[in-house]
Design a protein around this ligand. Structure first.
Ligand SMILES: [Zn+2]
Length: 289
């Protein structure tokens, strides 16, 4: 069967590390450097790298995409982005976009799911683990109380990039986007909060770093995000995480979650392209909101 491929594949990552990361290890498997390099080899061999500027122009109908292309994206603004990932990408001449939560810059605050992983690692109690993994951002107070009771301090952690490190990425030519203020699951908050989380983060990133563009990726997923939120957004381009799919909204694109790729990247991408091809036969390849 001839596989259908969208013009652009948008791989999406969080981080890459050869040492265990306590704040992530109870949430999903962290990708090691070897695996990451193998995936970059695959994308560079099979697709042409394009910039976000090109993507924006393409979406506006001002530019074409001649060959199957890709653009790398990284969510959450973690330290490894500037320390490990950016040097690898630079060496390969690759572009990428890094999505940042303003509340977490300089380790000012920490994503509630990272707190969950840290607490699970420290207290190792199975029953509590299941409860903690079900917590939403609305349980933040209880989460902080549990940490305090167990004498777990989040203050000295250096998980995220600071302002200077983000600025260095910009100076190296990478794109910076917003990823909500505090990384809530949008289905857990009101429509008003969804709009505030979205627009405040985009305004903050654009103003703080003096950027000519407005780029955004939804935290967790865009599934269940209110129509009103999409309508209230003012972006050049935004991203979800539904895999290889097209989207009914013209300035919104779907990305392929690479944290789920644990082996051969060509088999992983092939499976997603096969799914996309089969879905397109039944007209189910497009995300509607
Ligand atoms: Zn995220």
């Amino acid at each position: 069967m001839l596989l259908r491929t969208p013009p652009v594949i948008l791989p999406f990552y969080h981080t890459v590390s050869d040492i265990p990361l306590t704040h992530i290890q109870h949430l999903y498997k962290v990708k090691n450097l070897d695996q990451f390099q193998r995936e970059l080899d695959f994308f560079q061999k099979n697709y042409t790298a394009i910039s976000v500027d090109h993507l924006i122009a393409y979406n506006r109908g001002e530019k074409t995409i001649e060959q199957p292309s890709f653009h790398l994206t990284f969510d959450d603004g973690l330290k490894e982005c500037s320390k490990i990932i950016a040097p690898i990408l630079k060496e390969r001449g690759l572009d990428a976009t890094f999505f940042i939560n303003p509340n977490f810059i300089d380790n000012e605050h920490i994503f509630y799911r990272y707190k969950v992983s840290i607490i699970i690692e420290k207290i190792k109690r199975d029953q509590l683990k299941q409860k903690l993994l079900r917590f939403s951002i609305n349980d933040s107070e209880e989460l902080n109380n549990i940490a305090q009771e167990n004498k777990i301090n989040f203050e000295d952690l250096e998980i995220y990039m600071n302002h200077e490190e983000i600025q260095q990425l910009i100076d190296l030519g990478f794109t910076i986007g917003a990823h909500s203020m505090s990384h809530p699951y949008y289905k857990d908050i009101s429509i008003e909060q969804q709009i505030t989380e979205t627009n405040n983060s985009i305004d903050f990133i654009q103003e703080k770093f003096n950027l000519p563009y407005r780029v955004f990726s939804f935290p967790f997923t865009d599934f269940g995000v209110a129509k009103e939120t999409f309508e209230a957004m003012n972006t050049d381009i935004s991203f979800g995480t539904a895999g290889i799919k097209t989207d009914i909204l013209p300035h919104h694109l779907q990305r392929l979650p690479m944290d789920n790729c644990l082996g051969n990247p060509s088999i992983f991408v092939y499976k997603h392209l096969l799914k996309f091809t089969l879905q397109s036969i039944f007209n189910k390849h497009q995300v509607k909101h």
